[in-house]
Design a protein around this ligand. Structure first.
Ligand SMILES: [Mg+2]
Length: 280
């Protein structure tokens, strides 16, 4: 309460540097978001709804040979075998305990060290509804590809974690290796997932993209207005070909608020977020 009052009294106008207490508060930005994911029925319901929508779409997607969810897909793809591309973190695996560790053990901000220890423990639980849908799709002959920005050195732990949680993972032909496509596994597999989507779209008809971040659908490291404009071009795809999972904890939606500049200090980040709010 005292901290809130201090913030109200001392924060006067956009552009003014925030005092130290407010900077500390900025570092706890993730508290509400992580609490929501970990404890709310609202989060669980949102995730279940997303995956159930995917299940409703799947029969139509399979039947309609002109159907594709990938902007990278072109040419004659009607006879290609069907596939679904999913992201991993906060799409099929819940890493909110990792986020909780940033808050409980550090200053609330991401640190690579804490994150790597978390993924190495292989203890991420399935996002509600994800396993049931992907098992059902797999049983219908749809190959499930995991296109993740976890690094290649995390592949063994990630595969073990996915398998423990009951997700389908398998070897595939066509120079892809297996259904787990990690960042950096090949030189051209950068954090921009377009290259990996394009590779899969040459060999499979992509029925659905599922993610928690706009980059899971198209390259979205672009200014806010451009992200919104490009997404509007395909607005009818949400809940149909594109399945979005809720993630208020982190993502490119947040980075876009401060120009993707991770070198900024917490006070500047919070000032930019405040400047981005509108009152009407
Ligand atoms: Mg993710």
């Amino acid at each position: 309460m005292f901290g809130f009052a201090l913030l109200c009294v001392t924060w006067k106008a956009p552009g003014q540097a925030l005092p130290a207490r407010a900077a500390a508060a900025a570092a706890m930005d993730g508290l509400n978001a992580t609490a929501w994911v970990q404890s709310s029925v609202e989060y669980r319901a949102s995730a279940l709804q997303a995956w159930r929508l995917a299940a409703v779409s799947l029969p139509r997607a399979l039947k309609d040979k002109k159907w594709t969810a990938a902007l990278e897909q072109s040419g004659k793809f009607g006879k290609l075998p069907p596939a679904i591309i999913v992201d991993i973190d906060e799409t099929v695996l819940d890493n909110s305990p990792g986020q909780a560790r940033f808050l409980l053990e550090g200053n609330g901000r991401y640190t690579r060290d804490v994150w790597m220890r978390w993924t190495a423990e292989r203890r991420s639980r399935a996002v509600p509804g994800a396993k049931e849908f992907l098992q059902a799709a797999n049983a219908k002959g749809v190959t499930v590809f995991y296109v993740t920005n976890r690094g290649v050195h995390e592949e063994a732990d990630t595969r073990a974690n996915l398998e423990t949680e009951g997700f389908p993972v398998k070897a595939v032909a066509g120079g892809i290796g297996d259904t787990l496509l990690m960042a950096g596994e090949k030189p051209e597999w950068t954090s921009d997932k377009s290259v990996r989507r394009a590779l899969l779209a040459k060999q499979y008809r992509i029925l659905m993209l599922c993610g928690d971040d706009l980059n899971d659908f198209f390259a979205a490291r672009i200014p806010l207005e451009q992200r919104a404009a490009k997404a509007r071009e395909h607005e009818s795809w949400w809940g149909d070909r594109w399945i979005m999972l809720p993630n208020p904890m982190y993502g490119s939606w947040e980075d876009a608020l401060f120009g993707f500049d991770r070198t900024l200090d917490p006070a500047t980040v919070q000032r930019k977020k405040l400047e981005g709010l509108h009152r009407d």
